[in-house]
Ligand binder design. Sequence first.
Ligand code: MN
Length: 244
Amino acid sequence: MSTIRFRDSSGYVRTGTLDGETIQYGSSEIQRAEASILAPAQPSKIVCVGLNYADHAAEQNKSIPDRPLLFLKPPNAVAHPHSEVTLPSGKDRIDYEAELAVVIDKQAKEVPAEDALSYVRGFTCLDDLSNRDDQNREQNWIRGKAFDNAAPMGPVLAPPTAVPEDASISLSVNGETRQHSSRDQFIFSIPELIEEITTYLTLEPGDVISTGTPSGVGPVSDGDTISISIDGIGTLTHSVQIPD
Ligand code: MN
């Protein structure tokens, strides 16, 4: 059963379970369309993985890395489903990147791959918005990847068992498909990523690992609507606003 965070009509933040289009919480229920859906976690950090799909590595003319490329997004990057996110102005190119994101359930430090899935709360969709102008000019990608609203995520947390090993992952811009791939293109598995990351840093409950994007990345423009769909999770939709 997927879980969903939302704000009810009184302004309270609640977590419920999603049954069809009905959110159930305690003895109450609300229709999904009537709820203000929030990002499914409040991470202290988002650990992102670069170049984790064989098709994207080929597209970029990059060789398969021998260990995951890692970078961070801070809490200010989180944006909610259905939000209109404001992006940095004056840039030639900001790209969408459809990604499967893993939300951590309990503190994780030096976790071996064989135990890793017991530390996972669920899977969701994430758009790793990427400001290429600055990413290509800096080593640590603060301007390129860590800006406000650089990680729209949601809408639900699905149990890992609901997301097949060959789950399709796709992204559309204004209804036109731009990315379409499968989780079976992963170079490093989710347990391998958790083992590698927790060798170096402790993951806290609610922290997120974003597992990389497949081929087909491209630019967003002011007013675009982006939708990311993953089998077993559902569809994350957000729009973008780029001030003059
Ligand atoms: Mn990415």
